[in-house]
Design a protein around this ligand. Structure first.
Ligand SMILES: Nc1nc2c(c(=O)[nH]1)N[C@H]1C(S)=C(S)[C@@H](COP(=O)(O)OP(=O)(O)OC[C@H]3O[C@@H](n4cnc5c(=O)[nH]c(N)nc54)[C@H](O)[C@@H]3O)O[C@H]1N2
Ligand SMILES: Nc1nc2c(c(=O)[nH]1)N[C@H]1C(S)=C(S)[C@@H](COP(=O)(O)OP(=O)(O)OC[C@H]3O[C@@H](n4cnc5c(=O)[nH]c(N)nc54)[C@H](O)[C@@H]3O)O[C@H]1N2
Ligand code: SF4
Ligand SMILES: [Mo]
Length: 749
C-alpha cells in the first residue's frame, strides 16, 4: 500500500471528519477526509479502516481530492478565449453564449453539425451519469465519440451479443476463486477494472494463501505478473488465438461442462467446428506461447475447483479486441464458470439496473456510418480514432461545433495532432472541463464544474463492476464557489438552452419518467405515490432515492426496513450487500427466449480477419504496448506537483536483447517510429519486457505551450497516441493501442 501518513491539522484547529469514497478510479476506496470548514479546505486524507471494501487501503491517488481542489491552475469560473488570452466570464453570460451559439449552429446546419466527445471522469460522477442519457438524446447527434472506444467497447459489444445487454458485465469472483487467469490487466496498479477491487494485491495474496493460484498472461512482467504463480508472455494482439486453443482443447478432450446453463446455449456445435483449426500447435507460433504451456494451462484450469478467466484493457484495445473479450466469456461458459461462485458473476446494484427483465435487447449498431471511412456507429458512437478525420471532413453536412465533456482526446485518443487541427477549423467549441489542457485550449469557452469534494456522489457505475455488492453515498465535503455548477447542471443547462427548455423542466421530465417506470413496477404503490414520497427537491439525489427504494433491497415505498437514500446516507462507511450471487442467469438475460447465443454473424465475420492474421503471421518489427503507473490517471494528474515529481516515468521499456541489438544503453534517447509518427523517448532497459515488445505509458505529451498547466508542461513526456495511428478492432470500432508495429533506433550522433 502506497499509503499516506495523515498529517493532522495544527493543534487547536477545528477539523471535522467526513467519510466518503475516492472518485479517482473504479476501486472507490473509503476515505477519511479531515476538513477545516472555516477555511474550506482539506486538512488530510487517509484510508478508512471501517470501509468494508477497502479496509483502510488507499493508493497515492487518494490525495488527488485535496491536491486538485487546491491547484491554482484549476478553473473555478467560466473562461472565454479572446485575442488577449483567456478571460473570465460571469456564469449567466457564459451559459447564454454557449446556448446561443450551439442553438444557432443546430438551427442552420442540423443536429449533426454539433459533435461531442465524452470522457472518463463522467463515469466517476453520479450526477453526470444520471443525466447522460437525456443529454445525449436531446443533442441527438450522429457525431458522438467517447473514451469508451479506447477502452471497454469490445466488452460492451460481446456482452450485448451474449446476454442482450451491453452493460451486463460478468465480474470475476476474485475473493472466492482458486485459479485466477488474469489476461491483459494489471490490477495491482489499476486496482481492477470491470473488476472493482480495492487492494487488489491483498486480494491476490489471500487467493494464494487459501491455496489458489494466480496466472498472468501479458507481454510484460507487470506488477501483477511479478506476484503471480505463473506468468506467460504473449505476443500483443494474439489472445484470441490462445483462447481459441483453449476452446479447441475443451471440445477435443470432452471437457465441456455447461453446468446450470446446459440447455440454454445455442451454437455449441458450430463453435466446435470453428475452433477445430486452432490447436495449441497451430497458435504457438503467432502467440509466442508454447503448445505445452497452452495444454498445461487448460489442464490446470480444468483441474481447479473454482477457476476463472478475466481479461481487460490489453484484451480490449488490441487488434482482436471483440473476439478476445468474447472468448474470455466463452471459456468460462464452457466450463460452467459463468454465473458460478468463484467464477464470473453478475453484480446486483442496489439501484436496480441488474434485475430480471422480460425485455429483449436490440443490437444498436450500423444505423449510420462515419463520413470518411464509412465505418458503422456502435451504441450511437463512432470510433474515437476517427474523430480527427470526421471533424475535418469538408462535405456538405460537415461538423461545425464540438462539446467536450470531461475528456482530453488530443492526448487520450490516436491522431491527436490532426484532431487539434480539426478542432481549430470548427466554428464553435465548448469544453466542460476544469483545466486548460491540450484539448480544451482549443475551445472558445470552458465551463468548469465543481470538483470531487464539492459535490455529493454515489458509486453508481461501479456497483455493476464490483467484486462484492455494495451501496455507498459520499457527501459533499467542501463548499463550491458562488455560482459554481455541478457537472449535471452544466449538461442540463446546455441541452436545455439548445432545446428551449430550463434545467428544472428537464429534471422534471426525468423525474416524471422515472416515477412512471418505478410506479409501474410496484403495482400496490403507483406513480403518484412514488412522486409524493420522492419530495420536491430537484436534482440527482431524489432520483437516486427512488431507484434505491424501488431496487432489490429497497423499502418499496412501503416503510419498513428496506433501503432508502436516507439509510444509505446514514451508513457513513458504505453498506455491504454481500458477495456476488450465482443463479442470476437466465433471469437477467435480455435475449430472445432467454437463450445464450454463442455465435453471432458479426463474430463469425471477424473470424475471417483472425484466420488471415494466422496466415500472414505477426506484423514485422517491434510491437508497442501501453503501461499504467500508480501515480498517473490517464492525462489529468500531471499538473499536481506530488504526482509528477521524481524520476521521469514516460520511458520506453525494452528488453535488454532488443536494446543491445540497436546499440541502446539504459537512459539513452531512442527514436520510435510508427506508421503515424516518430518520437524521441528515453529508454529504460528491463527484462520485464517480452523480447520484441516495447512499452510506453499513455497520458503524457504535454508539449503544447498554450495550455494552462505549467507543471504538466515541465514534465511533458511524449504522447503514446501520437505513435498509434488508425488501427481498429473492426467489430467494435475500438482503437488498437496495444500491439502497434514500431521501429526503434538510437538517435544518430
Ligand atoms: N494509448 C492509450 N490510450 C488510451 C488508453 C491506453 O491504455 N493507451 N486508455 C484509454 C482509457 S481506458 C481511457 S478511460 C481514456 C481516457 O480518456 P479521456 O477521458 O479523454 O482522458 P482523461 O485524461 O481521463 O481526461 C479527463 C478530462 O476530464 C477533466 N476532468 C477531470 N475531473 C473533472 C471534473 O470533475 N469535471 C470536469 N468537468 N472535468 C474533469 C480533465 O481535466 C481532463 O481534461 O484514455 C484512453 N486512451
Ligand atoms: N494508476 C492508475 N490506475 C488506473 C488508471 C490509470 O491511468 N492509472 N486508469 C483507469 C482506467 S481508465 C482503466 S480503463 C483501467 C485499466 O485497467 P487495466 O486493464 O488493469 O490496465 P493496464 O494497467 O493498462 O493493464 C493492461 C495490461 O495488459 C497488458 N497487455 C498489453 N497488450 C496486451 C495484449 O495484447 N495481450 C495481453 N494478454 N496483455 C496485454 C499490459 O502489459 C498491461 O499489463 O485502469 C484504471 N486505473
Ligand atoms: S485505488 Fe483508486 S479509489 Fe483507491 S485510493 Fe487509489 S485512486 Fe482512489
Ligand atoms: Mo478507462
Amino acid at each position: 500500500m502506497e499509503a499516506t501518513a495523515a498529517p493532522e491539522g495544527p493543534p487547536g484547529q477545528a477539523t471535522e471528519t467526513v467519510f466518503r469514497s475516492c472518485p479517482v478510479c473504479e476501486a472507490s476506496c473509503g476515505l477519511v477526509v479531515a476538513v477545516d470548514r472555516a477555511a474550506n479546505r482539506v486538512v488530510s486524507v487517509r484510508g478508512d479502516a471501517e470501509d468494508h471494501r477497502s479496509r483502510g487501503y488507499v493508493c497515492a491517488k487518494s490525495q488527488v481530492v485535496k491536491d486538485l481542489h487546491e491547484d491554482p491552475a484549476r478553473l473555478r469560473r467560466p473562461v472565454r478565449r479572446t485575442e488577449n488570452g483567456w478571460e473570465e466570464m460571469e456564469w449567466e453570460a457564459a451559459l447564454a453564449l454557449v446556448g446561443e451559439r450551439l442553438a444557432a449552429i443546430r438551427a442552420a446546419h442540423g443536429n449533426n453539425a454539433v459533435a461531442m466527445y465524452y470522457g472518463n471522469p463522467n463515469g466517476h460522477n453520479f450526477g453526470a451519469q444520471i443525466y447522460t442519457q437525456l443529454f445525449i438524446t436531446l443533442l441527438e447527434t450522429q457525431r458522438f465519440f467517447s473514451a469508451g472506444s479506447v477502452d471497454q467497447q469490445p466488452k460492451n459489444l460481446s456482452c450485448e451479443l451474449l446476454y442482450g445487454s451491453a452493460w451486463t458485465f460478468p465480474i470475476p469472483d476474485l475473493d472466492r476463486s482458486d485459479f485466477f487467469v488474469c489476461m491483459g490487466a494489471n490490477p495491482l496498479v489499476s486496482q481492477g477494472s470491470l473488476m472493482s477491487a480495492p487492494d487488489a494485491g491483498g486480494r491476490f495474496e489471500a487467493l494464494r494463501a487459501r491455496g489458489g493460484e494466480l496466472v498472468v498472461i501479458a507481454p510484460r512482467r507487470s506488477e501483477t505478473a511479478a506476484i503471480a504463480d505463473w506468468h506467460l508472455f504473449i505476443r500483443p494482439g494474439t489472445d484470441a488465438f490462445l483462447l481459441f486453443a483453449l476452446v479447441n482443447l475443451l471440445f477435443a478432450s470432452d471437457r465441456v461442462h455447461l453446468g446450470h446453463l446446459a440447455g440454454r446455449i445455442d451454437g455449441l456445435e458450430r463453435l466446435r467446428e470453428l475452433a477445430a483449426p486452432f490447436t495449441p500447435e497451430a497458435v504457438a507460433g503467432i502467440t509466442g506461447v508454447a503448445a505445452d504451456d497452452i495444454r498445461r494451462l487448460c489442464e490446470r484450469f480444468c483441474a481447479a475447483e473454482r477457476p476463472v478467466i478475466y481479461g481487460r484493457i490489453g484484451l480490449c484495445t488490441q487488434e482482436f479486441g471483440t473476439l478476445a473479450s468474447w472468448l474470455v466469456d466463452v471459456v468460462n461458459l464452457l466450463r460452467g464458470r459463468l454465473d458460478a461462485v468463484g467464477g464470473a458473476m453478475f453484480p446486483r446494484p442496489a439501484t436496480g439496473q441488474g434485475e430480471d427483465s422480460d425485455s429483449v435487447g436490440e443490437l444498436l449498431r450500423g444505423r449510420w456510418h462515419s463520413k470518411v471511412r464509412g465505418l458503422p456507429e456502435d451504441m450511437s458512437m463512432l470510433p474515437a480514432t476517427l474523430m480527427a478525420e470526421e471533424l475535418a471532413w469538408e462535405g456538405q453536412e460537415r461538423a461545425r461545433a464540438l462539446i467536450t465533456v470531461a475528456g482530453n482526446p488530443v492526448l487520450s485518443v490516436p491522431n491527436g495532432d490532426r484532431l487539434r487541427e480539426a478542432i481549430d477549423g470548427l466554428d464553435f467549441v465548448v469544453a466542460l472541463d476544469i483545466y486548460i489542457n491540450e484539448t480544451t485550449s482549443r475551445a472558445d469557452v470552458i465551463l468548469p464544474s465543481t470538483v470531487q469534494l464539492e459535490h455529493s456522489n454515489y458509486d453508481f457505475l461501479f456497483q455493476s463492476t464490483s467484486v462484492r455488492n455494495f451501496a455507498r453515498y459520499s457527501p459533499r465535503v467542501l463548499a463550491p464557489e458562488p455560482g459554481a455548477r455541478d457537472q449535471w447542471q452544466l449538461m442540463l443547462e446546455i441541452c436545455g438552452r439548445v432545446n428551449g427548455l430550463t434545467v428544472e423542466q428537464l429534471d422534471a421530465m426525468i423525474f416524471e419518467g422515472l416515477a412512471e417506470r418505478v410506479g409501474a413496477r410496484l403495482p400496490g404503490v403507483g406513480a403518484e405515490r412514488v412522486k409524493e414520497l420522492a419530495g420536491t427537491e430537484p436534482g440527482p439525489e431524489r432520483l437516486l432515492d427512488m431507484m434505491l427504494r424501488a431496487g432489490p433491497h429497497g423499502d418499496r415505498f412501503a416503510g419498513g426496513e428496506g433501503l432508502t437514500l436516507a439509510r444509505v446516507k446514514a451508513a457513513e462507511h458504505g453498506i455491504d450487500l454481500g458477495p456476488l450471487t450465482p443463479g442470476r442467469l437466465p433471469g437477467i438475460l435480455r435475449t430472445e427466449g432467454k437463450r445464450i447465443r454463442l455465435l453471432h454473424p458479426l463474430l463469425e465475420e471477424d473470424l475471417g480477419r483472425l484466420r488471415e492474421r494466422l496466415r500472414a503471421g505477426p506484423p514485422p518489427g517491434l510491437l508497442l504496448i501501453g503501461r499504467r503507473h500508480i501515480r498517473d490517471m490517464n492525462t489529468w494528474l500531471h499538473n499536481l506537483p506530488h504526482f509528477v515529481r521524481g524520476r521521469n516515468r514516460c520511458t520506453l521499456r525494452m528488453h535488454p536483447g532488443d536494446a543491445a541489438g540497436r546499440g541502446l544503453a539504459d537512459g539513452a534517447t531512442a527514436l520510435v517510429r510508427s506508421a503515424a509518427a516518430e518520437r524521441a523517448v528515453p529508454v529504460e532497459i528491463s527484462d520485464e519486457m517480452m523480447p520484441g515488445v516495447v512499452s510506453l505509458p499513455h497520458g503524457f505529451g504535454h508539449r503544447h505551450a498554450d495550455t494552462g498547466q505549467p507543471h504538466a508542461q515541465a514534465h511533458a513526456g511524449v504522447s503514446a497516441n501520437d505513435l498509434i495511428g488508425d488501427g481498429l478492432d473492426l467489430p467494435s470500432g475500438t482503437s488498437i493501442v496495444n500491439g502497434v508495429p514500431v521501429e526503434v533506433r538510437a538517435v544518430p550522433p
